[in-house]
Design a protein around this ligand. Structure first.
Ligand SMILES: [Mg+2]
Length: 267
């Protein structure tokens, strides 16, 4: 009897989910809003995405060993890491919004981060625990706001990330650029690695730059990737997308879609 009830319940839930998807397809089929469903399914279900995350953190571990062996600095060692799409997976937020036919906006984002329930990316927790075991401090430098501090620390603590405390969580105050925060840490610490999904997580050379400038600067710093800079993949969002719109955050989804179509190369 219980088994029969369970089967009916599963069938009902499946129908309800399908109905929800069908009802929302009319207003989330644009490139930006609907596109986030496609990039999110990659993030949530492609084993290749997990492999890329493991690859990034395996390289980070290798570089951590080398830095420990070769360091001559008397300053304490530290790793600087971003949070979103570097150690935490926010794709459920993107899916939630896209199914409503909506894109990112700050209030709904804070509703999500205040819950402190984002999952971790493959390999992240193991790496940071290992770094801590080697007396390498971890600083979480994020552009989340101070309003998100409690939810963020709760999320990090939920998984047991090391140094998940106020002193090591450095959030955005007045400027989006992370360069001043990195410089401040570098004055006291030997920063051996920077980890992130966005180029602005690594150098001020990438702050608010055009797509052409970003590409040129990536070539200029090519030897640092996989050495001092460890990059996680993020097709869902980032400065790569904002640069397409010349950092105009007031564009509608329709305007963004037409810009993307104007930039795409076919044959
Ligand atoms: Mg990020």
């Amino acid at each position: 009897m219980a088994k029969k009830f369970l089967l009916i319940l599963i069938a009902f839930c499946s129908c309800a989910t399908q109905k929800k998807l069908n009802n929302t397809t009319s207003h989330n089929n644009g490139l930006t809003v609907g596109g986030r469903l496609f990039t999110s399914v990659f993030q949530q279900h492609a084993a290749e995405y997990k492999a890329l995350c493991f690859q990034a953190y395996n390289i980070a571990t290798l570089r951590l060993h080398q830095a420990i062996d070769q360091s001559t600095s008397s300053r304490p060692k530290a790793v600087i890491t971003d949070i979103d799409e570097t150690i935490l997976d926010n794709s459920p937020y993107a899916v939630h919004r896209a199914l409503l036919g909506l894109d990112y906006e700050p209030t709904s984002w804070m509703d999500w981060t205040s819950q402190g329930v984002a999952d971790t990316l493959s390999g992240a927790l193991r790496f940071f625990k290992y770094a801590a075991s080697k007396n390498v401090e971890v600083f979480y430098v994020s552009n989340r706001s101070e309003k998100e501090r409690a939810g963020t620390i709760a999320n990090l603590k939920k998984f047991g990330f090391p140094y998940a405390d106020d002193a090591h969580l450095i959030l955005k105050t007045t400027v989006s650029s992370k360069e001043p925060r990195r410089q401040q840490l570098a004055a006291s610490y030997n920063i051996i690695l920077l980890i992130g999904d966005n180029l602005a997580d690594f150098s001020g050379l990438f702050d608010h730059k055009t797509t052409t400038e970003r590409t040129q600067n990536v070539r200029h710093l090519a030897d640092d990737f996989g050495k001092k800079f460890i990059v996680l993949p993020n097709a869902n969002y980032g400065d790569w997308e904002s640069a397409l719109y010349q950092y105009n955050y007031r564009l509608t989804s329709t305007q963004k879609d037409s810009i993307i179509k104007s930039l795409l190369r076919g044959y």
